[in-house]
Design a protein around this ligand. Structure first.
Ligand code: ADP
Length: 542
């Protein structure tokens, strides 16, 4: 017997319609590449999203065709999110920090029909447009009079000219909720990038889950500043969750330095922000240097790589902001776990709470997870055993776009490539990416543990712990350190800081100082580059 309730497909168009009707006055504020602040409402965003849909009809873009974006976080990007998906096309967000050849490769692989780009990225487009065989239209996200006449790019139009010609009414089509909605390629540190193709259903369920109070806790009382880019895993789903709840959105555009982000947070009364750990270093430095405080900020979601406990403590002690540590990946839309305390943990001393908050958090409803040993046997949730982490759920990948790389699943589970422990309360702790694990004399050393300790040293701005080949132990840890500007510290000072904080055999054998640690296109430390650079490093006593 079937239930007797209405059967409506879960479609992304319903989000922007809901926001326009119930939160028409809620604001969307964007720092534009033009430099100024743009301000409008969900009602305006909905109208312009429908203009986008009409424009795509006029350009002859078919249902399911890919429409790409190369853009910062901003209101035009948001309109594209809803206009493209709502009308049944697929929004393909491309990471502009990739090399131009990689961008062209991805656009060709995705068979993008249209590419919409911020003017910042005009030089990239000039270099690649003739190599992108499937792209029929290039749309510059600017006013008609800002479009230079001599770009040489064929079929180039300005976004504002395109939208001006269209009506702001549009009947969103109804279709199968399992239809593709958005495409995002993994960074592909090894091999070619692979596409994760989200559906309307997966995106909607992910938005519901992301809005839950023990998850990102998005609400109509929030003013949210996503620093995490809309070109990487849909800014962790925040644009969708914000429309679902009517939260105010504050987009930083290209101005991601500490001063600009701080000023925007204060002027727009931001209550919640989200980003990878490296983006917060600039903000915290700026605030410390100028003795600044927040007046409205309550919490910041940090994920993408491990958030150092020292950063969680600084946010808590110095700025009264709760860090919500989260873990996920492109293949998971991305939410997997989010760290919020349980009722029985609320009475614990603050120091113990901060220890728990340094873990990656608890599974969001919808995500099943398990850890297994090398033979695939499930390991206990005791916070001690660590093993390969596998996940499954309705917003987790079942296969890559165009079947790239074959079937990624093992008995229906997706192997994340992360090594983790899970404690009795269900809190996940990532110890490493499997390829970053350091194997010393048959034992594993967690590079994240070592980095977290190093990051608590006052002279250290950033630290990466990597394996260096060793004749006796196979591999030993080397700590690569970027010092804070003007800070003084020797290798011995930093190694002394590990005494008593970690088992002796886990302390790095040496410290190498560098001017900068290479970061990838999504702000993560590129340890593969460091391993290459330091593979011949002579460890003391080796
Ligand atoms: P990529 O394209 O590099 O795979 P993702 O954003 O999908 O980029 O990266 C996902 C990976 O990032 C995870 O598998 C994990 O290794 C790492 N990661 C994400 N969040 C965290 C976190 N909070 N702590 C530690 N590692 C994390």
């Amino acid at each position: 017997m079937l239930g007797q309730m209405q059967d409506h497909p879960l479609l992304i168009s319903t989000l922007i319609d809901f926001a326009a009707r119930h939160h028409h006055e809620a604001q969307i504020v964007s720092r534009r590449v033009e430099g100024d602040l743009h301000r409008y409402t969900y009602a305006d965003a909905a109208k312009r999203s429908r203009r986008v849909a009409n424009a795509l009809d006029r350009l002859g873009v078919a249902f399911g065709d890919r429409v790409a974006t190369l853009a910062w976080n901003g209101y035009r990007h948001l309109e594209l999110y809803f206009g493209i998906t709502g009308s049944g096309r697929v929004v393909h967000t491309i990471n502009p920090r990739l090399l131009p050849e990689q961008i062209a490769w991805i656009a060709n692989h995705a068979e993008d029909q249209v590419v919409c780009f911020d003017m910042t990225f005009l030089p990239i487009v000039k270099g690649i447009w003739s190599h992108c065989k499937t792209v029929k239209h290039w749309v510059a996200l600017c006013d008609a009079d800002k479009l230079p006449a001599d770009t040489g790019i064929a079929n180039l139009v300005s976004y504002e000219a395109l939208l001006a010609a269209e009506a702001e009414t549009y009947d969103w089509p109804q279709f199968d909720e399992r239809s593709a909605a958005a495409l995002c390629y993994t960074s592909g540190t090894t091999g070619n990038p692979k596409g994760a193709l989200y559906s309307h259903r997966s995106t909607m369920l992910h938005a519901f889950a992301g809005a839950l109070p023990d998850s990102l806790g998005v609400s109509a009382r929030d003013s949210i500043l996503p620093v995490v880019p809309m070109f990487h895993v849909n800014a962790w789903g925040i644009p969708y969750g914000a429309a679902m709840t009517g939260a105010k959105l504050v987009f930083p555009g290209a101005a991601l330095d500490g001063k600009s982000v701080y000023e925007l947070m204060e002027s727009e009364q931001v209550t919640m922000a989200a980003g990878v750990p490296t983006v917060w270093l600039g903000l915290l430095n700026h605030m410390a240097q100028h003795g600044l405080k927040f007046s409205t900020m309550k919490r910041t979601v940090i994920g993408g790589s491990a958030c150092p406990p020292a950063m969680i403590k600084t946010f808590h002690d110095d700025f009264g902001v709760t860090v919500v540590h989260a873990w996920g990946m492109t293949e998971m839309s991305p939410l997997g776990t989010v760290n919020t305390l349980k009722q029985h943990q609320l009475a614990l001393p603050v120091e113990q709470q901060l220890d728990i908050m340094a873990k990656q958090g608890r599974a969001v409803f919808g995500v099943e997870m398990k850890i297994v040993d090398p033979d695939g046997n499930e390991l206990p949730w005791d916070g001690q055993h660590s093993g390969d982490l596998l996940v499954k759920g309705p917003w987790i990948i079942s296969s890559y776009f165009k079947g790239e790389g074959g079937d990624p699943l093992v008995d229906g589970w997706f192997p994340t490539g992360d090594v983790a422990a899970i404690d009795a309360d269900g809190f996940l702790q990532i110890t490493d990416r499997s390829k970053d694990v350091i194997k010393s004399g048959g034992e594993w050393i967690s590079s994240i543990d070592v980095e977290n300790i190093a990051m608590a040293h006052p002279a250290v701005a950033m630290a990466a712990c990597i394996a260096v080949p060793h004749p006796k132990w196979d591999e030993r840890p080397l700590l690569v350190v970027m010092k804070k500007p003007g800070a003084q510290a020797t290798a011995a000072d930093i190694l002394a800081h590990f005494e008593g904080r970690i088992a002796k055999w886990q302390i790095p054998d040496d410290v190498a100082f560098v001017d900068a640690i290479p970061l990838g296109a999504t702000g993560k430390m590129q340890k593969n580059k460091l391993r290459e650079q330091f593979k011949g490093h002579a460890l003391p006593g080796a």
